[in-house]
Design a binder for this molecule. Structure first.
Ligand SMILES: [Zn+2]
Length: 81
């Protein structure tokens, strides 16, 4: 699916405790993770394998519980693989 772009604050924030979608801080208890590919344009389904040879595969990123509501459960999981 396409990466949501509506409320982005700072998508380059390297902090593991910042939501990848909006840039706001997230607490560990409320954290979902998404697998961001295509250089940040797309969210891969959770069953898609990591592709370390693909430079567009940016790995797994945390998102807050609010932003998680806009992501189908097929595209987010509770913790890193
Ligand atoms: Zn967010």
């Amino acid at each position: 699916m396409k990466m949501p772009t509506t409320t982005q604050v700072d998508t380059n924030n390297p902090d593991d405790h910042a939501c990848r979608i909006c840039g706001r801080g997230v607490s560990d208890a409320a954290t979902w993770w998404i697998h961001v590919v295509d250089g940040g344009a797309m969210i891969a389904p959770i069953f898609a394998p990591d592709d370390d040879d693909d430079p567009g595969d940016t790995g797994w990123h945390p998102i807050g519980s609010g932003c998680a509501l806009s992501i189908p459960k097929t595209h987010r999981k509770r913790w890193r693989p």
